[in-house]
Design a protein around this ligand. Structure first.
Ligand SMILES: Nc1ncnc2c1ncn2[C@@H]1O[C@H](COP(=O)(O)OP(=O)(O)O)[C@@H](O)[C@H]1O
Ligand SMILES: [Mg+2]
Length: 211
Protein backbone atom coordinates (compact mmCIF):
# COMPACT_ATOMS: atom_id res chain seq x y z
CA UNK A 1 0.00 0.00 0.00
CA UNK A 2 1.23 3.48 -0.79
CA UNK A 3 0.06 6.62 1.02
CA UNK A 4 0.06 10.05 -0.56
CA UNK A 5 -0.27 13.38 1.23
CA UNK A 6 -1.28 16.53 -0.69
CA UNK A 7 -0.29 19.57 1.33
CA UNK A 8 0.24 23.35 1.19
CA UNK A 9 -1.22 25.88 3.65
CA UNK A 10 -2.12 28.16 0.78
CA UNK A 11 -5.85 27.85 0.08
CA UNK A 12 -6.93 27.37 -3.51
CA UNK A 13 -3.60 26.06 -4.80
CA UNK A 14 -5.13 22.77 -5.95
CA UNK A 15 -4.86 20.28 -3.08
CA UNK A 16 -8.39 18.94 -3.43
CA UNK A 17 -8.16 19.02 -7.22
CA UNK A 18 -4.99 16.92 -7.16
CA UNK A 19 -6.25 14.55 -4.43
CA UNK A 20 -9.58 13.84 -6.16
CA UNK A 21 -8.19 13.56 -9.69
CA UNK A 22 -5.41 11.26 -8.55
CA UNK A 23 -8.03 9.11 -6.82
CA UNK A 24 -9.90 8.79 -10.12
CA UNK A 25 -6.72 7.81 -11.93
CA UNK A 26 -6.42 4.85 -9.56
CA UNK A 27 -10.14 4.14 -9.79
CA UNK A 28 -10.06 3.76 -13.57
CA UNK A 29 -7.14 1.34 -13.21
CA UNK A 30 -9.08 -0.61 -10.58
CA UNK A 31 -6.57 0.18 -7.88
CA UNK A 32 -8.44 0.09 -4.61
CA UNK A 33 -8.24 3.65 -3.29
CA UNK A 34 -9.20 5.51 -0.14
CA UNK A 35 -9.55 9.28 0.08
CA UNK A 36 -9.17 10.82 3.53
CA UNK A 37 -10.27 14.43 4.04
CA UNK A 38 -8.77 16.28 7.01
CA UNK A 39 -10.04 19.69 5.92
CA UNK A 40 -12.98 21.02 8.00
CA UNK A 41 -14.42 22.24 4.69
CA UNK A 42 -14.64 18.58 3.57
CA UNK A 43 -14.42 19.43 -0.15
CA UNK A 44 -13.13 15.98 -1.09
CA UNK A 45 -15.97 14.32 0.79
CA UNK A 46 -18.48 16.66 -0.86
CA UNK A 47 -17.01 15.65 -4.22
CA UNK A 48 -17.45 11.98 -3.27
CA UNK A 49 -21.02 12.67 -2.22
CA UNK A 50 -21.94 13.79 -5.75
CA UNK A 51 -19.87 11.04 -7.40
CA UNK A 52 -22.05 9.05 -9.83
CA UNK A 53 -22.75 5.41 -8.91
CA UNK A 54 -21.71 4.47 -12.44
CA UNK A 55 -18.04 5.31 -11.67
CA UNK A 56 -15.67 2.98 -9.80
CA UNK A 57 -16.17 3.45 -6.07
CA UNK A 58 -13.61 5.37 -4.03
CA UNK A 59 -13.81 4.84 -0.29
CA UNK A 60 -13.91 8.13 1.61
CA UNK A 61 -13.34 9.11 5.23
CA UNK A 62 -13.68 12.31 7.18
CA UNK A 63 -10.23 12.20 8.75
CA UNK A 64 -11.15 14.75 11.42
CA UNK A 65 -13.58 12.57 13.32
CA UNK A 66 -13.58 8.92 14.13
CA UNK A 67 -11.40 6.17 12.85
CA UNK A 68 -10.44 5.30 9.32
CA UNK A 69 -11.26 1.78 8.23
CA UNK A 70 -9.73 1.17 4.81
CA UNK A 71 -10.80 -2.07 3.18
CA UNK A 72 -8.15 -4.78 3.61
CA UNK A 73 -7.38 -4.74 -0.12
CA UNK A 74 -6.63 -0.97 -0.15
CA UNK A 75 -3.69 -0.14 -2.41
CA UNK A 76 -3.54 3.65 -2.20
CA UNK A 77 -4.53 6.14 0.49
CA UNK A 78 -4.70 9.81 -0.47
CA UNK A 79 -4.84 12.48 2.24
CA UNK A 80 -6.33 15.89 1.44
CA UNK A 81 -5.36 18.24 4.26
CA UNK A 82 -6.41 21.74 5.30
CA UNK A 83 -4.44 24.93 5.20
CA UNK A 84 -3.44 24.45 8.85
CA UNK A 85 -0.61 21.97 9.00
CA UNK A 86 0.42 22.34 12.63
CA UNK A 87 -2.12 19.81 13.96
CA UNK A 88 -1.10 16.54 15.63
CA UNK A 89 -2.84 14.65 12.82
CA UNK A 90 -0.76 16.28 10.10
CA UNK A 91 2.41 15.78 12.19
CA UNK A 92 1.56 12.05 12.41
CA UNK A 93 0.87 11.86 8.69
CA UNK A 94 4.19 13.46 7.86
CA UNK A 95 5.89 10.60 9.68
CA UNK A 96 4.07 7.80 7.93
CA UNK A 97 3.28 8.73 4.32
CA UNK A 98 5.29 7.51 1.34
CA UNK A 99 4.70 10.42 -1.01
CA UNK A 100 4.17 14.15 -0.41
CA UNK A 101 2.79 16.32 -3.21
CA UNK A 102 2.96 20.09 -2.76
CA UNK A 103 0.83 21.98 -5.29
CA UNK A 104 2.04 25.51 -5.94
CA UNK A 105 0.52 28.27 -8.03
CA UNK A 106 3.56 29.84 -9.65
CA UNK A 107 2.57 33.47 -9.58
CA UNK A 108 5.21 35.71 -8.05
CA UNK A 109 2.83 36.44 -5.18
CA UNK A 110 2.04 32.79 -4.50
CA UNK A 111 5.68 31.83 -4.59
CA UNK A 112 6.45 34.51 -1.99
CA UNK A 113 3.60 33.24 0.20
CA UNK A 114 4.47 29.58 -0.27
CA UNK A 115 8.27 29.76 -0.23
CA UNK A 116 8.89 29.66 3.49
CA UNK A 117 6.18 27.06 3.97
CA UNK A 118 7.55 24.81 1.25
CA UNK A 119 11.02 25.07 2.78
CA UNK A 120 9.59 24.40 6.25
CA UNK A 121 7.44 21.39 5.33
CA UNK A 122 10.25 19.83 3.33
CA UNK A 123 12.63 20.11 6.28
CA UNK A 124 9.93 18.68 8.62
CA UNK A 125 9.45 15.71 6.31
CA UNK A 126 13.15 15.12 5.83
CA UNK A 127 13.72 15.26 9.60
CA UNK A 128 10.83 12.89 10.44
CA UNK A 129 10.45 10.54 7.53
CA UNK A 130 13.50 9.30 5.66
CA UNK A 131 11.49 7.18 3.21
CA UNK A 132 9.06 9.86 1.96
CA UNK A 133 9.54 11.38 -1.45
CA UNK A 134 8.57 15.04 -1.80
CA UNK A 135 7.75 16.85 -5.00
CA UNK A 136 6.09 20.03 -6.20
CA UNK A 137 3.36 20.24 -8.83
CA UNK A 138 2.99 23.65 -10.46
CA UNK A 139 -0.72 24.17 -10.88
CA UNK A 140 -2.66 26.40 -13.30
CA UNK A 141 0.38 27.34 -15.32
CA UNK A 142 2.51 26.80 -18.40
CA UNK A 143 6.20 26.15 -18.83
CA UNK A 144 6.68 29.33 -20.82
CA UNK A 145 5.32 31.65 -18.13
CA UNK A 146 7.97 33.82 -16.45
CA UNK A 147 6.71 32.88 -13.00
CA UNK A 148 7.33 29.22 -13.81
CA UNK A 149 11.04 29.88 -14.13
CA UNK A 150 11.03 31.74 -10.81
CA UNK A 151 9.45 28.71 -9.16
CA UNK A 152 11.88 26.33 -10.83
CA UNK A 153 14.84 28.32 -9.55
CA UNK A 154 13.44 28.38 -6.03
CA UNK A 155 12.85 24.62 -6.00
CA UNK A 156 16.32 23.94 -7.31
CA UNK A 157 17.74 25.97 -4.47
CA UNK A 158 15.90 23.70 -2.01
CA UNK A 159 16.71 20.53 -3.91
CA UNK A 160 13.02 19.59 -4.32
CA UNK A 161 11.97 17.94 -7.55
CA UNK A 162 9.50 19.62 -9.81
CA UNK A 163 7.38 16.65 -10.79
CA UNK A 164 4.81 18.16 -13.08
CA UNK A 165 2.75 21.04 -14.34
CA UNK A 166 -1.01 21.24 -14.74
CA UNK A 167 -2.50 23.86 -16.99
CA UNK A 168 -5.49 25.97 -16.13
CA UNK A 169 -8.34 23.88 -17.47
CA UNK A 170 -12.12 24.07 -17.29
CA UNK A 171 -12.08 20.28 -17.14
CA UNK A 172 -11.02 20.44 -13.49
CA UNK A 173 -13.91 22.74 -12.67
CA UNK A 174 -16.38 20.42 -14.42
CA UNK A 175 -14.88 17.36 -12.75
CA UNK A 176 -15.11 19.00 -9.31
CA UNK A 177 -18.77 19.83 -9.84
CA UNK A 178 -19.80 16.37 -10.98
CA UNK A 179 -17.84 14.03 -8.70
CA UNK A 180 -15.57 12.69 -11.40
CA UNK A 181 -11.95 13.20 -12.40
CA UNK A 182 -10.42 14.11 -15.72
CA UNK A 183 -9.51 10.43 -16.19
CA UNK A 184 -13.22 9.64 -16.36
CA UNK A 185 -14.15 12.32 -18.90
CA UNK A 186 -14.32 11.92 -22.71
CA UNK A 187 -10.77 11.46 -23.97
CA UNK A 188 -11.11 14.03 -26.75
CA UNK A 189 -11.82 16.64 -24.12
CA UNK A 190 -9.12 15.78 -21.59
CA UNK A 191 -6.24 14.43 -23.68
CA UNK A 192 -3.91 17.32 -22.87
CA UNK A 193 -4.72 17.22 -19.17
CA UNK A 194 -4.13 13.46 -19.04
CA UNK A 195 -0.75 13.93 -20.73
CA UNK A 196 0.27 16.39 -18.03
CA UNK A 197 -0.42 13.80 -15.33
CA UNK A 198 1.93 11.22 -16.85
CA UNK A 199 5.18 12.47 -15.25
CA UNK A 200 3.40 12.99 -11.93
CA UNK A 201 2.00 9.44 -11.85
CA UNK A 202 5.33 8.08 -13.01
CA UNK A 203 7.11 9.86 -10.16
CA UNK A 204 4.59 8.61 -7.58
CA UNK A 205 4.61 5.03 -8.81
CA UNK A 206 8.30 4.64 -9.64
CA UNK A 207 9.86 1.67 -7.88
CA UNK A 208 12.56 2.85 -5.53
CA UNK A 209 15.28 0.72 -4.10
CA UNK A 210 15.46 0.98 -0.31
CA UNK A 211 18.56 2.79 0.88
N1 LIG B 1 -5.55 23.34 -12.95
C1 LIG B 1 -6.71 23.92 -12.67
N2 LIG B 1 -7.46 24.46 -13.67
C2 LIG B 1 -8.65 25.06 -13.40
N3 LIG B 1 -9.16 25.19 -12.17
C3 LIG B 1 -8.47 24.69 -11.13
C4 LIG B 1 -7.22 24.02 -11.31
N4 LIG B 1 -6.76 23.64 -10.09
C5 LIG B 1 -7.70 24.02 -9.19
N5 LIG B 1 -8.72 24.65 -9.80
C6 LIG B 1 -9.90 25.26 -9.17
O1 LIG B 1 -9.44 26.19 -8.19
C7 LIG B 1 -10.25 26.14 -7.05
C8 LIG B 1 -9.38 25.82 -5.83
O2 LIG B 1 -8.78 24.53 -6.02
P1 LIG B 1 -8.75 23.46 -4.83
O3 LIG B 1 -8.24 22.19 -5.42
O4 LIG B 1 -10.07 23.41 -4.14
O5 LIG B 1 -7.64 24.09 -3.87
P2 LIG B 1 -7.30 23.76 -2.33
O6 LIG B 1 -7.85 22.41 -2.01
O7 LIG B 1 -5.82 23.83 -2.26
O8 LIG B 1 -7.93 24.85 -1.51
C9 LIG B 1 -11.32 25.09 -7.30
O9 LIG B 1 -12.47 25.75 -7.75
C10 LIG B 1 -10.73 24.23 -8.41
O10 LIG B 1 -11.73 23.65 -9.22
MG1 LIG C 1 -9.15 21.74 -0.48
Amino acid sequence: MRSILVVNPKGGCGKTTIATNLATYYAVWNTSTVLVDLDPQQSSMEWLRVRPDSEVAIQGFNGLHGKIYPKPDTQRIIYDVPARTDSAKVARLIKLVDVVIIPVLPSALDIRVSASFVADIVSRIRANNAKAIVGVVANRTHRHYNSYQVLEKFLNSLDIPFVGTLRNSQNYIKAADTGVGIFEMPIGQVKQDMEEWKPIIHWIEKKRTPE
